[in-house]
Design a protein around this ligand. Structure first.
Ligand SMILES: Cc1cc2nc3c(=O)[nH]c(=O)nc-3n(C[C@H](O)[C@H](O)[C@H](O)COP(=O)(O)O)c2cc1C
Length: 342
């Protein structure tokens, strides 16, 4: 199989397996154990509630982010365009899927150029894996940012997935140094995220020291790449057997949020939250715990596969749920919600 065909087949597999519930660590995020403090007498009207948020020095109508997801199927371009349009319309940010292919195949850049032209107001965030960042000159990464007119570059960490993927590249030596170099050389902020195994306090401290602008915890409790790669691996392979051993590997989203929040406290680095976020109420809990921005991957993918109307409805529902949580905790703004957890 040609390299591009292999890449596309892998990405299609990822979507197929990500949509299966058994590949989600649902119920493990810790969100069920966090409760917001109900306010029986809010003393203002529901219409006064605002979700306006500010991160990376930019204001937006909501604190939501469509977490980075690679396409790889025949409708992925149309789906990305639809997501970008709705994000622009509703004030969400959108992380694009890994731009790894664009490093070697300039035709892959055209798709995003066209989406950017069609939706100039969308806030798009670039994406690359740490293994690519280590191997790539910051100048080349900068050209990906320019092509996309990206607000920032997200670098994803996916150690478990790279170990269990038959074609994986678990080559992370020099990762922190590469991140520090990228922060210095890029003219946009650098965000570092996990993809479902979370980030510890110690790692967050190292990332803060490297100067990254935001850390998205990408915690355990949602899409799980160990389970997905296990499902993809050839039957009776060692990858398949090891994936079962590591099916519950990761730091729960809520624990990671607390850890990363501690590391970011008093610094300029923002804490973002994702991993198993399935409703506006989940998002509210994470904002109450200190998150600046909250990301959704699988719920958005699922809705987007059904079409524009389904995606709009899902986004509307998430926004409505966050507003209810704000009203019922007596919070007019996201800042008012901070700390209202029991
Ligand atoms: C189909 C699919 C493709 C993904 N591709 C990427 C990617 O290219 N880069 C990345 O940083 N994360 C990628 N992710 C991980 C998500 O951004 C997110 O971290 C993870 O799915 C956990 O969020 P969730 O529980 O809301 O799905 C992908 C997720 C899915 C479901």
């Amino acid at each position: 199989m040609l390299e591009t065909e292999q890449f596309e087949a892998r990405k299609r597999d990822h979507i197929t397996y990500a949509l299966k519930t058994e590949n989600e660590a649902i119920g493990e995020s810790g969100l069920d154990r966090v409760a917001l403090v109900h306010e029986a007498l809010p003393e203002f009207n529901f219409s006064e509630v605002t979700m306006t948020s500010c991160s990376l020095d930019e204001a937006s109508a909501t604190p939501f982010l469509v977490s980075s997801m690679t396409g790889g199927h025949s409708q992925s371009s149309a789906m990305n365009l639809c997501m970008a349009r709705l994000c622009a319309e509703r004030g969400w940010w959108m992380g694009v899927g890994s731009q790894r292919r664009e490093l070697h195949d300039s035709s892959a850049r055209i798709e995003w150029r066209e989406i950017r032209k069609a939706v100039p107001s969308a806030v798009l965030l670039g994406n690359l894996g740490i293994a690519q960042v280590i191997q790539t000159e910051p100048g080349i990464i900068s050209s990906l940012v320019e092509n996309l007119e990206a607000k920032s570059m997200i670098v994803h960490l996916n150690a478990l997935q790279e170990c269990l993927q038959v074609e994986g590249t678990p080559d992370f030596a020099g990762g922190l140094e590469s991140l520090a170099r990228l922060v210095k050389r890029l003219h946009v902020p650098v965000v570092v995220k996990e993809t479902g195994c979370g980030i510890s306090q110690m790692t967050a401290r190292r990332l803060v020291e490297a100067g990254v602008h935001a850390i998205d915890v990408g915690g355990f409790g949602g899409t799980h790449w160990g389970r997905i790669e296990g499902a993809r691996a050839p039957s009776e392979s060692i990858q398949q057997a090891a994936a079962q051993t590591f099916a519950n590997w990761g730091i729960r989203t809520v624990d990671s949020v607390r850890d990363v929040q501690n590391a970011c406290e008093g610094t300029k680095t923002e804490m973002w939250a994702s991993g198993g976020v399935r409703s506006g109420l989940d998002a509210a809990k994470l904002i109450a715990l200190g998150a600046n921005r909250v990301g959704f991957a699988k719920p958005i993918l699922e809705a987007a596969m059904k079409g524009e109307a389904a995606l709009r409805l899902r986004m509307e529902l998430i926004e409505y749920e966050l507003k209810i949580a704000l009203f019922c905790t007596g919070s007019r703004t996201l800042n008012d919600l901070r700390g209202k957890v029991r």
